[in-house]
Design a binder for this molecule. Structure first.
Ligand code: NAD
Length: 332
C-alpha cells in the first residue's frame, strides 16, 4: 500500500478504515513513492516499494505527484512499465441519480504502456534557446495492440457487455494509431456474435460522449486518448472523486483513483475518498471477493442516496472522515 502525495494519505486512511470494517482479506505493507519517496528515501520509486509489489502481486496506491515540465519522470508511468501493467481499466457509473447524466455505465480500457507515454522526447536548442524545438515520438506495437484488444474484448464478453468501441486517430496519426485500429478490428472479428465492434475517431467520440454517452459501452483506446477520455467520462458521473482505475498485467495489479494528488485541497480534510474506495472494491473483485465488493457498493449507495452524506465536490458538506464514518456505519 502506497499512501501517496497530497490528499493521498487522507483518502487512503479513509479507505483502509472501510476495508477494515468490511473484513477485507488484506495484510498491508506500507511503502513510499512519488514526492514522499523523494523526501524520505531520495527516490520517487524506491527499490523497497518495487520489491514489495513484485512479491505480493498487488498494490493499492494513492495519487503520486509528478513535477510538470522538468524533474523526475512520473512514478505512475514507471510503475506501469516496470510491471508491464498493460491494461488500464476505468469504469464509470452513475452513483447519484438526478445529476446532469442519468444511468451512465461505461468502461474505458486504455492501453497503458505504449503510445505517446513511452517518454521518447527531447529538445533541440537553437540560438541559445534550449527549448527551441521539442520532439516527441509514440510507439505502438502490433503485439501490444493485440494484447490490449484481447483484454478489452475478453473483459466485455466476461462482464456481459454488448459492444466495444475502438477509439483512434488513424486519419491523421496513420501509422501510430492505424496499427491500433487495424489490430483491434481483427481481434474484434473473432468475437463476432458475442460482442459488437465499432470504431470512432477520438475527437468525434469526445463530442458524442457529451451529447449521447449512452450509445457507448466499453471504449478501447490508446494510452493518451484513454487518459483524456476517462477524465471526461468521470465528469459524466460527478467528477474525478468518483472514478476508480485498475492497472493490470500478468500476475500483478495496482489499484488507484483516476485523480491526482489534488494539491489545492491537500491537508484540508475535504477530499472525496470515494474514487480510492471504489478502486479498493475493484481490488476485492480482483482477488475473487465479489461478495465484499457488492456489499461495499450497496453501502456506498445507501450512504450517498439514503443518508445523503456527500463530500463538497458532490455538493455536500461532509469531510473525508465524515464520509468514511458514515460508510463504516452502513457496513456494520
Ligand atoms: P488532480 O486530479 O489532482 O486535481 C484536479 C482537480 O480535481 C483539482 O481541483 C482537485 O482539487 C480536484 N480533485 C481531485 N481529486 C479529488 C478528490 N478526491 N476530491 C475532491 N476533489 C478532487 O489533477 P492535477 O491538479 O492536474 O494534478 C496534481 C498532481 O497529481 C500532479 O503532480 C499530477 O502529475 C498528479 N497526478 C497523479 C495521478 C496518479 O497518481 N494516478 C493521476 C493524475 C495526476
Amino acid at each position: 500500500m502506497i499512501h501517496g502525495d497530497g490528499i493521498g494519505p487522507e483518502i487512503m486512511d479513509a479507505t483502509l478504515r472501510i476495508l477494515d470494517a468490511i473484513g477485507a482479506p488484506f495484510d498491508w505493507e506500507a511503502h513510499k513513492a512519488g514526492a514522499a519517496g523523494v523526501k524520505e528515501l531520495g527516490d520517487p520509486l524506491p527499490r523497497s516499494t518495487l520489491d514489495s509489489i513484485r512479491r505480493t502481486g498487488l498494490a493499492l496506491k494513492g495519487p503520486l505527484e509528478t513535477p510538470v515540465g522538468g524533474g523526475y519522470r512520473s512514478s505512475n508511468v514507471r510503475l506501469r512499465e516496470e510491471f508491464r501493467l498493460y491494461a488500464n481499466v476505468r469504469p464509470a457509473r452513475t452513483l447519484i441519480p438526478g445529476g446532469r447524466y442519468e444511468n451512465i455505465d461505461l468502461v474505458t480500457v486504455r492501453e497503458n504502456i505504449e503510445g505517446m507515454y513511452v517518454g521518447f522526447e527531447h529538445y533541440i536548442p537553437i540560438d541559445g534557446d534550449p527549448h527551441a524545438v521539442a520532439i516527441g515520438s509514440g510507439v505502438n506495437t502490433r503485439a501490444g495492440c493485440r494484447r490490449i484488444a484481447e483484454f478489452a474484448f475478453e473483459y466485455a464478453a466476461k462482464h456481459g457487455r454488448k459492444k466495444v468501441t475502438i477509439v483512434h486517430k488513424a486519419n491523421i496519426l496513420k501509422a501510430l494509431t492505424g496499427v491500433f485500429l487495424e489490430t483491434a478490428r481483427e481481434v474484434g472479428s473473432a468475437f463476432e456474435g458475442r460482442v459488437k465492434t465499432e470504431d470512432r475517431i477520438v475527437d468525434a467520440c469526445a463530442m458524442q460522449l457529451v451529447l449521447n454517452p449512452w450509445q457507448f459501452d466499453v471504449l478501447l483506446t490508446t494510452n493518451l486518448f484513454g487518459d483524456i477520455l476517462s477524465d471526461e467520462i468521470a465528469g459524466l458521473v460527478g467528477g474525478l472523486g468518483m472514478a476508480p482505475g485498475a492497472n493490470i498485467g500478468d500476475g500483478i495489479a495496482i489499484f488507484e483513483a483516476v485523480h491526482g494528488s489534488a494539491p489545492d485541497i491537500a491537508g484540508k480534510g475535504i477530499a472525496n475518498p470515494l474514487a480510492l474506495i471504489l478502486a479498493s472494491g475493484m481490488m476485492l473483485s480482483h482477488v475473487g471477493r465479489h461478495d465484499l465488493s457488492e456489499r461495499l457498493h450497496q453501502a456506498i449507495d445507501q450512504t450517498l442516496n439514503q443518508d445523503s452524506i456527500r463530500t463538497r465536490d458532490l455538493g455536500g458538506t461532509a469531510s473525508t472522515s465524515d464520509f468514511a464514518a458514515a460508510l463504516t456505519r452502513r457496513l456494520s
